[in-house]
Design a protein around this ligand. Structure first.
Ligand code: GTP
Ligand code: SPV
Ligand code: MN
Length: 626
């Protein structure tokens, strides 16, 4: 029987096409895949269809090999542990390649290391690639993954094809994007444009490096390159999330950001949610917080005050464009959540917990002896003598000071399983956005919420965004870092031009939303959070919605419009120190604005829009006059 089937197997040269049909792919995809077969020399090519059977076959194989481990307390939930050297995005090895350097990065001031994207020349990229790609898939299968960012065939959606030698990546891409051969038809009917996404773990057989946790990778040679001019990404050496699921940050933010600039729309690191108040009035809100600063939690928020309803459109990435009638409409280009596990529990985020009860992949979490996932924040779920196996494979019990799960451990779960997805979450037209929120982890000085005076001031507030570093990237320890627009790691072109683009969308007939800034993370002198956060953030959203409706509940301050005392519903919260939560210490803000002006001047030099410079100066003058 097997022999009989062999007859129907296509070949590309010597390389068998073990699944799918090479000839069914559009001609330009065939040509691109062929060139990658020639380059990477896999032992076979597997053209994916995204089906359930396909996933089951792969999962079964990975279970046998030990890469995946079934969590026996659930249906179809699996743990995957990576090589401990491959646990987060690597910003330092992520570059934009372009012919003209300043298409990609701003003119930084002399002796300044630019941190708003890194540029690499074509010549340098070619040299580094030659040392990596030839033969890098030897002995491995090459998976060809057709995917759509956004609903298949919708006018706002974009198509990608990822070639990878990682079947973990295939399984996660299948959750995070729409993987389907229908993509071929869309390409054949349309202009045929697709984003080329090439990925390899960089670990050909026989293995050159010891494989740890059945997770081949090549940490010494990680290199993530974006070629916006060619709508192309190449990612080598890492299998982890944002480094390897190329539809996500590489395509949907860095490459799409450039497409968005060219076509007049916005690709942002934002959640989109809907809030309905007790009067039945609904508003859609987009919010940009840096990595691991609360987007997933806010997008899935369970309101603590009665009568409010929250529904989710997306938790990480928003593509937004202005319609002819001036309305800003946004879609979530993704199909799943790749969310931070630690801190997620039935109290903080019950909706996420319901969502990942099945069909999910957990990376670098711990496991209890009875087959439940476990991580920091779930201590209530286990007893003192429950045995836990940590993400590193060690034995662990409650009270052990080590971390059971990696701080950047993640759940990968289908958005369609989330009980509060909005009925319009896959609507090709998107949803109308009436407020944009920026925020970060600011233990000191920054009030719970403020409103920008206008669009220009709001863009400046976004540009000055800062946050404490988290485990989502390679930075060690906690320090306050600039993360303008929550996009520092995800910018695909000159950040000064990016700010210009934001400023330019304010023109007739565009109705620009109000812009706000929030901070859930301010602490008191003992280090305790001043604000309970999570479900109680609905109280701040309620204030924001009332401001969008023009209610007279704000007072001017040097840094923006603050809530009038008592205008945020604090019913049932117990002790909240309003004055401390909203104080704006003059010394702090003077130092902060000075530092921010220097940062933006150093980092964007002559590319910083004059409007932003003026807004910073006006803010500094207001603070000085306090
Ligand atoms: P990425 O997926 O990395 O882009 O992150 P994200 O912005 O979606 O962050 P996420 O919602 O996953 O939150 C990250 C961490 O912040 C989790 O450990 C949460 O428990 C914590 N967190 C989220 N919201 C709040 C809040 O309102 N208050 C406090 N104190 N912590 C929060
Ligand atoms: C982030 O780091 O912002 C994430 C996770 O959402 S990753 O997909 O790894 O980028
Ligand atoms: Mn993110």
């Amino acid at each position: 029987f097997v022999e009989h089937r062999e007859v129907f197997i296509e070949h590309y040269g010597e390389v068998p096409i073990v699944k799918g049909s090479f000839n069914d792919m559009p001609k330009n995809v065939q040509a691109w895949v062929a060139s990658k077969i020639d380059l990477c020399k896999p032992r076979g090519v597997y053209i994916c269809d995204g089906s359930q059977e396909e996933a089951e076959t792969i999962i079964h194989k990975l279970e046998e090999r030990g890469t995946l481990h079934k969590l026996k307390a659930y249906e179809n939930n699996y743990i995957c542990k990576t090589d401990p050297k491959d646990v987060a995005r690597v910003e330092g090895l992520t570059y934009i390649v372009s012919h003209n350097k300043h298409d990609s990065v701003p003119h930084v001031r002399p002796n300044t290391k630019g941190i708003l994207a890194q540029w690499m020349s074509y010549a340098e990229a070619e040299k580094l690639n030659m040392d990596r790609w030839p033969g890098c898939m030897a002995g491995r299968m090459m998976y060809v993954i057709p995917f759509s960012m956004g609903p298949v065939g919708s006018p706002l959606s974009k198509i990608g094809v990822q070639v990878t030698d990682s079947n973990y990546v295939l399984l996660c891409m299948r959750i995070m994007t729409r993987v389907t051969p229908k993509v071929w038809d869309v390409l054949k009917k349309g202009k045929g444009d697709f984003v080329k996404c090439l990925h390899s773990m960089g670990s050909p057989r026989p293995n050159q490096r010891k494989v740890i946790n059945h997770w081949p990778c090549n940490p010494d040679k990680v290199l993530i390159l974006h070629y916006p001019e060619e709508r192309k990404v190449t990612s080598f050496g890492s299998g982890y999330g944002g480094n390897s699921l190329l539809g996500k940050k590489c395509f949907a933010l860095r490459i799409a950001g450039v497409i968005a600039r060219d076509e007049g729309w916005l690709a942002e690191h934002m959640l989109i949610m809907s809030v309905t108040n007790p009067k039945g009035q609904e508003k859609f809100i987009a919010a940009a917080f840096p990595s691991a600063c609360g987007k997933t939690n806010m997008a899935l928020l369970t309101p603590t005050i009665p009568g409010y309803k929250v529904q989710c459109i997306g938790d990480d990435i928003a593509w937004m464009r202005f319609e002819e009638n001036g309305e800003l409409r946004g879609i979530n280009p993704e199909a799943g959540f790749f969310g931070v596990a630690p801190g997620t529990n039935e109290k903080t985020n019950p909706i996420a917990v319901q969502t990942f009860q099945s069909n999910s992949i957990f990376t670098n979490v711990a496991e209890t002896e009875d087959g439940h996932f476990f991580w920091e924040g779930m201590e209530d779920k286990i007893s003192d003598d429950t045995e836990v196996v940590t993400w590193l494979g060690g034995k662990w019990k409650k009270g052990n000071p080590e971390k059971a799960a990696h701080p950047n451990s993640r759940f990968c779960t289908p958005a369609g399983q989330c009980p509060i997805m909005h009925p319009m979450w896959e609507d090709p037209k998107g949803v109308p956005i009436s407020a944009i929120i920026f925020g970060g982890r600011r233990p000191e000085g920054v009030p719970l919420v403020l409103e920008a005076f206008d669009w220009k001031h709001g863009v400046m507030l976004g540009a000055q965004l800062k946050s404490e570093t988290t485990a989502a990237a390679e930075f060690k320890g906690k320090k306050i870092m600039h993360d303008p627009m929550a996009m520092r790691p995800f910018i695909g072109y000159n950040f000064g031009k990016y700010l210009d683009h934001w400023l330019e969308v304010e023109k007739p007939p565009h109705k620009v939303p109000k812009i706000f800034h929030v901070n859930w993370f301010r602490v008191d002198s003992t280090g305790k959070f001043l604000w309970p956060g999570f479900g109680d953030n609905i109280r701040v959203l309620d204030w924001i919605m009332r401001r969008v409706d023009g209610e007279d509940i704000a007072v001017e301050s040097p840094i923006g419009l603050l809530p009038k005392k008592g205008s945020i519903n604090l019913d049932g919260l117990g002790e909240i120190n309003w004055d401390e939560l909203f104080s704006i210490p003059k010394d702090y803000w003077l130092a902060d604005i000075k530092e921010t002006m220097k940062f933006l001047d150093d980092q964007t030099g002559e590319d910083l829009p004059q409007v932003v410079r003026d807004e910073l100066q006006k803010q500094a003058d207001r603070i000085n006059a306090m």
